[in-house]
Design a protein around this ligand. Structure first.
Ligand code: HEC
Ligand code: HEC
Ligand code: HEC
Length: 118
């Protein structure tokens, strides 16, 4: 193969990867519910936009390292004491929202009533 041909092949591969890479990555993955209602004790339920976060956070493990990709896994982990109450809220949700806000970037709520809406 000539140098010119292999360059063309390489460019072709990159373009194909750019277009189809993300589709392949997501295709065989169960993304779960779009919106999830989370238990928030006396402070009230949290309406959590799951798919919006999958776009902005991209790495599933930021959250799912602490609890499984399974409906009810978060509360189950709290009940079995694998996770402390409010750990996810403070160390995952709020930690990220505060850091983004501080950096002047698009962020999520940091006050109780904006998350615990119901
Ligand atoms: C910002 C946190 C966060 C991120 C990031 C995140 N998830 Fe989730 N995910 C949750 C929460 C919260 C639940 C609900 C768990 C429960 O019901 O106890 C959940 C539940 C799930 C479930 C179980 C089904 C359901 O709807 O409850 C699946 C499957 C799932 N997630 C897949 C993913 C995948 C795949 C990614 C990455 C592309 C991802 N999640 C990224 C927070 C997150
Ligand atoms: C970014 C969204 C968010 C904000 C802001 C927030 N919370 Fe939460 N809160 C959650 C989530 C998610 C849970 C469930 C997971 C957990 O327990 O870590 C929760 C759980 C709780 C629980 C229930 C613990 C249990 O299992 O009984 C209480 C009480 C609570 N929050 C109080 C507060 C108070 C008070 C504030 C304001 C100082 C606040 N939250 C701000 C998201 C938030
Ligand atoms: C790594 C960063 C990160 C983590 C972790 C994270 N969020 Fe967010 N959150 C964001 C960003 C960025 C936005 C703004 C998204 C947008 O508007 O496009 C947001 C927005 C939100 C909103 C507002 C949505 C709206 O429609 O205005 C809620 C509610 C929320 N997050 C709850 C949570 C809860 C509950 C958790 C923990 C289970 C969590 N977030 C974890 C980055 C994060």
């Amino acid at each position: 193969m000539t140098i010119k041909n292999s360059k063309a092949l390489l460019i072709c591969c990159i373009i194909t990867g750019l277009f189809f890479g993300p589709a392949i990555l997501f295709a065989d993955q169960n993304q779960g519910r779009k919106e999830i209602s989370l238990y928030g004790g006396k402070s009230g339920t949290i309406l959590f936009p799951h798919h919006t976060h999958q776009k902005s956070v991209t790495d599933c493990q930021v959250c799912h390292l602490s609890f499984a990709q399974k409906e009810g896994a978060l509360e189950a982990a709290k009940k079995s004491e694998a996770l402390k109450k409010k750990y996810v809220m403070n160390k995952i949700c709020l930690k990220c929202h505060r850091a983004l806000k501080k950096a002047g970037e698009k962020s999520g709520p940091t006050s109780c009533k904006k998350c615990h809406t119901k």
